[in-house]
Write a protein that binds this ligand. Structure first.
Ligand code: CA
Length: 224
């Protein structure tokens, strides 16, 4: 999934960004609420991790402004202390969940997965499209009984397709959802990775589940 981390403490922000990327999540980091607002407007994040204590706009104000801008991306609020007041204020500002610092990385990951499942409607923990199954928590993919070995980027791209079966997705849609802002700007990067994916997901099985949609981009067949 694609995650936006908003935290001004460079050390924690760096740690979270690195940890999430190692788990295969496409992750951007913002140090200020003001930056988070334009980034969340420009990019379809699956989840925002938002620290309460920020310079300038704090986490509460940032969350409220996101909701006022009709951005409904789930927000996981990080609160510095276990103050009931902070939790209530966070939820009132439109946050979906909160985590009290210090927290374990494993718990953060589990909360993020739960939030990503929640929108726009409840989603199963393992995605299934035809014979393809993808387990976001375990980072595993199967076609039928065969487990497939995908690179982190191939996995991220397949997850984007599997969350939207049957939908034609443009190259821009795919870049926005599977690549972070620092991605290597190559016009054909999506085509290259779709080719890699087909080599692993389709070709060995004689299938053509990832279709080219002329003039648009690509689509994963709903009954792939
Ligand atoms: Ca902070």
């Amino acid at each position: 999934m694609r995650v936006l981390v908003v935290e001004d403490e460079a050390k924690l922000a760096g740690l979270l960004g690195r940890g999430l990327r190692e788990e295969g999540h496409t992750t951007d980091v913002a140090g200020r609420g003001e930056d988070a607002l334009w980034m969340a407007r420009a990019t379809p994040y699956d989840v925002v991790v938002l620290d309460v204590m920020l310079p300038g706009l704090d986490g509460f104000a940032t969350c409220r402004q996101l909701r006022e801008a009709e951005i409904w991306t789930p927000v996981l609020m990080l609160t510095a202390r276990d103050a009931v007041d902070d939790r209530v204020r966070g939820l009132d500002a439109g946050a979906d969940d909160y985590l009290v610092k210090p927290f374990s990385f494993a718990e953060l990951l589990a909360r993020l997965r739960a939030l990503a499942r929640r929108t726009p409607h409840e989603r199963p923990t393992v995605l299934e499209v035809g014979e393809l199954r993808l387990d976001p928590a375990g980072r595993r993919v199967w076609r039928g009984a065969t487990e497939l070995e995908l690179s982190p980027k191939e996995f991220a791209l397949l997850e984007v397709f599997m969350r939207r079966p049957g939908q034609a997705l443009s190259r821009l849609d795919l870049i926005e959802r599977a690549w972070d802002l620092a991605y290597e700007q190559r016009s054909n990067v999506v085509d290259v990775y779709v080719r890699y994916l087909r080599e692993k997901v389709d070709r060995p099985f004689g299938r053509h589940s990832i279709e080219t949609v002329r003039g648009v981009g690509y689509r994963l067949q709903g009954d792939a």
